[in-house]
Design a protein around this ligand. Structure first.
Ligand code: COA
Ligand code: MG
Length: 288
């Protein structure tokens, strides 16, 4: 998933626009973008939207962001939407592998109730929205077969830290958020799941978004969340592996396939060994 576009679940017009935006995934949001009083109506809209679109060919992945476990709203969210068989549930304010297991158990009950295959509904965790969550980033490995990706957020974290701002005057992230971002990459790699970059909230700033996407790709993120349809084309372009990168990955794979007994090979004057092969295989896997 290169691009994951949020749309508030109580806004049918935005849900439809998000579906047609070219995003690889639509995140149907029941959390922060929906007021408390609107949550019951939002659940009903989300469920109808899932039912209308689940079997549509070529659709983006449909992910529902539920309310955090600590809110006491998660069960009602899952009761409201699981019958629509979303591809995944996004867990905000996740606090490590235990929280993913906790959500997984809740999902499993509803899968059984609605005759869905066991494990069909995956989990994407937003892993840095609380300081406690940041300290749990190393605990996702092996927690649940449902977990497919980790992402991070700097808005709620700044509230938890009591910070005045999360970016410096030049637009770059302040240290606590750079740490959270980097640890998300480490946590995702150690859990062997995808790392997805956080949102870029200045949705009219295409250049700033592009620069942030390129930095994310460089560091190992495979996609980015979005809040506005205008961000999708930029994100998809940045996270689509270039023809050059694909060709190089294929060359590395072919060289090792042809020489299964070698641990290190020279290609175009550069030493290529197992970490390069692993990286090449990961890139090729993303093309499927
Ligand atoms: N998904 C689908 N459609 C969206 C959209 C989104 N996330 N954001 C904007 N649009 C639509 C608007 O409805 C509008 O449609 P219209 O031309 O048919 O009226 C069009 O795109 C242009 O929108 P624009 O006027 O540029 O922005 P806005 O002021 O209407 O909305 C936000 C700005 C931030 C409120 C809106 O982008 C939004 O709701 N984003 C998602 C918020 C969210 O889910 N946050 C939680 C995660 S952090
Ligand atoms: Mg939030």
């Amino acid at each position: 998933m290169r691009s994951l576009l949020f749309a508030p679940a109580d806004n049918e017009k935005k849900l439809e626009k998000a579906l047609a935006s070219g995003a690889d995934a639509v995140i149907i949001d029941l959390e922060d973008s929906v007021a408390l009083a609107a949550k019951p109506a939002a659940r009903a809209i989300a469920r109808a939207f899932l039912a209308d679109n689940a079997s549509r060919a070529g659709r983006p992945r449909l992910i529902v962001r539920v309310n955090a476990l600590a809110t006491g709203l998660t069960d009602a969210d899952l009761d409201g939407v699981l019958a629509g068989a979303p591809d995944a549930v996004m867990l905000p304010k996740a606090e490590g592998g235990m929280s993913v297991q906790h959500l997984g158990a809740k999902i499993a009950v509803r899968e059984a109730e609605h005759d869905l295959a066991d494990g069909a509904v995956k989990i994407v965790a937003i892993a840095t929205e609380t300081a406690r969550g940041v300290f749990q980033l190393g605990t996702y490995g092996g927690a649940s077969h449902r977990l497919i990706a980790l992402t991070w957020g700097g808005e709620d974290l700044s509230a938890d830290l009591g910070a005045e701002a999360n970016r410096l005057t030049d637009g770059s992230y302040a240290d606590p958020y750079r740490l959270a971002r980097a640890l998300t990459l480490m946590g995702a790699a150690s859990a062997e799941v995808d790392a997805i970059d956080s949102v870029y909230t200045a949705f009219r700033d295409a250049d700033g978004l592009k620069a942030e996407c390129e930095a994310a790709r460089r560091d190992g993120f495979v996609g980015k969340m979005a809040i506005h349809p205008a961000q999708i084309e930029i994100i998809n372009a940045a996270f689509t592996p270039s023809a050059e990168a694909v060709q190089r990955a294929r060359a590395i794979k072919a060289a090792f396939d042809a020489n299964p007994d070698l641990g290190v090979i020279g290609i175009d004057g550069e030493m290529i060994d197992l970490p390069h092969l692993k990286r090449a295989e990961r890139l090729l896997a993303r093309l499927r």
